[in-house]
Design a protein around this ligand. Structure first.
Ligand code: MN
Length: 267
């Protein structure tokens, strides 16, 4: 984990003509927020609250499951033939994880000038600016577009951080960063200096270390196997999660629960 960030699904870049690169049938979530951020293309979201929303690059979708939500995500019929993006999950703290589901769409996230580039702040705060995305523990999520040269980023020293270079040749204080590798920076650091040879793009994540051990299985973030088994059974056979209307096709069935391990220690 990096703060409450507990999962990162980085997909694309994909170029397509007739297939449907994203088609995730209705499925449930508990105990988390999904944060969707696109670089190219579009994704159609539908959920059990009745929301139907198309997300495009520069916009943010943040879905809070609370105790139960279901949704589908798919490439819409009308599309640009390109798809590139990320979906991150945020573990909800005890005080929020059993609450109501919510969905928030943000049209435009703050863009901040850096010494040699810009930051699109989709979650959290940087300097005096905050993203409108509603989160429940201190977090940072930002896309960095760097130009050639050196950029010093101020970091929140109580937060741990992660950096993922998407493209370009970037060094962090003398260390070359491999593209598509997620680097972890422990708490206690108040700045990070990045040097880029040419235009580069990176994802910067941060957050206050999450104090609760969590258990992740399939689409669920919980604290015990009993909670996971209840959610699994109630998705496959019950009505706890509500229905997703408008999706053409069968919903996803939860797999069998096998070989449970203990909750993972905190980051
Ligand atoms: Mn999902």
């Amino acid at each position: 984990m990096i703060g409450a960030w507990c999962f990162l699904d980085r997909y694309g870049p994909l170029s397509f003509t007739d297939e449907k690169p994203m088609d995730v049938a209705p499925h449930p979530h508990i105990g988390l927020q999904t944060v969707s951020w696109l670089y190219e293309g579009e994704v159609l979201h539908r959920d059990s609250l009745g929301n139907e929303n198309l997300i495009r690059p520069g916009e943010l979708n943040i879905m809070t499951s609370g105790a139960a939500i279901a949704h589908s995500e798919e490439t819409p019929v009308e599309n640009r033939g390109r798809l590139n993006g990320a979906q991150l999950w945020v573990a909800l703290p005890e005080a929020r994880r059993n609450g109501n589901p919510e969905f928030q769409h943000v049209d435009d996230v703050p863009e901040l000038a850096l010494a040699n580039g810009t930051m699109r702040l989709f979650v959290g705060r940087h300097g005096g600016t905050s993203s409108p995305a509603q989160v429940h523990t201190p977090l940072l999520g930002a896309e960095l577009a760097l130009r050639a040269g050196e950029t010093m980023l101020e970091l929140e020293p109580e937060h741990e951080h992660g950096i993922l270079v998407e493209e370009g040749r970037v060094e962090a204080e003398g260390q070359p960063l491999l593209v598509s590798s997620l680097y972890y920076l422990p708490a206690g650091r108040s700045s990070l200096t990045l040097t880029s040879e040419r235009a580069a793009r990176a994802l910067l994540l941060g957050g206050l270390p999450f104090p609760e051990p969590i258990l992740m299985w399939w689409n669920f973030v919980a604290r015990s196997w009993d909670e996971i088994e209840d959610a699994r059974v109630q998705w496959n056979g019950g009505d706890r999660f509500g229905a997703v209307h408008g999706y053409r096709g069968a919903r996803l069935e939860a797999p069998e629960l096998k070989r449970p391990a203990g909750p993972q220690p905190m980051s």
